[in-house]
Design a protein around this ligand. Structure first.
Ligand code: CUA
Length: 187
């Protein structure tokens, strides 16, 4: 029993008010506008990258990343391999509790096919300070073309909450201006 029962007991069966209809209409039109603007923003905002997505078993993806890292590793930083793939190569990055692995070293002005996936939970790939932001799920492999336009060090942070270590889940992409003479000799 309510403390202040409504006077009209069949309140749920009243005819709809005009002002309610207007607000339903406004909300519906706004929803439509937002929906189509998502598509428009892809073209005019240059924010959301076009990417392809494929189904893949998390273990199969893990094996691809391991093979990639073993093939192109150039050094190690704090126990994490630094991997320098050739220009145009397929590049694999792995999200897991709680890191983006391995560290990539790319060359400015070259294009790479970057593959992203997770082997455990949902993670976020947010490249700082550029505006690239991709939601990454285990079981799905995202592929996008990335062409670094600036040399420097870029951070990857996870922006999908993935547990107690979420705030520590980071990674790095190092972009070099071009191959140094010393490195070319070494190869
Ligand atoms: Cu991974 Cu948050």
């Amino acid at each position: 029993m309510a403390i202040t029962p409504p006077q009209q007991r069949i309140w749920w069966n009243e005819p709809i008010e005009r002002v309610e209809l207007i607000w339903i209409g406004v909300a519906f039109l706004w929803g439509l506008f937002m929906f189509f603007f998502m598509i428009a923003w892809h073209f005019i905002g240059q924010q959301n990258l076009s990417n392809e997505t494929y189904r893949i078993a998390p273990t199969a993806y893990g094996e691809k990343v391991d093979a990639f890292a073993a093939k192109y590793q150039v050094r190690e930083e704090e126990g994490v391999p630094v991997v320098r793939p050739p220009a145009g190569a397929d590049v694999y990055l792995l999200g897991r509790l709680w890191q983006w692995w391995p560290i990539l070293e790319l060359e400015k002005g070259q294009s790479y096919r970057v593959h992203l996936s997770s082997v455990d939970w949902q993670h976020g790939f947010s490249l700082q300070p550029t505006n690239i932001n991709i939601q990454v799920h285990p079981g799905f492999e995202h592929v996008l073309t990335l062409t670094p336009t600036e040399a420097g060090e870029f951070g990857i942070i996870c922006n999908e909450f993935c547990g107690v270590g979420h705030h520590t889940m980071t990674g790095r992409i190092i972009v070099t201006a071009k191959r140094t003479a010393a490195r070319m000799e070494a190869q």
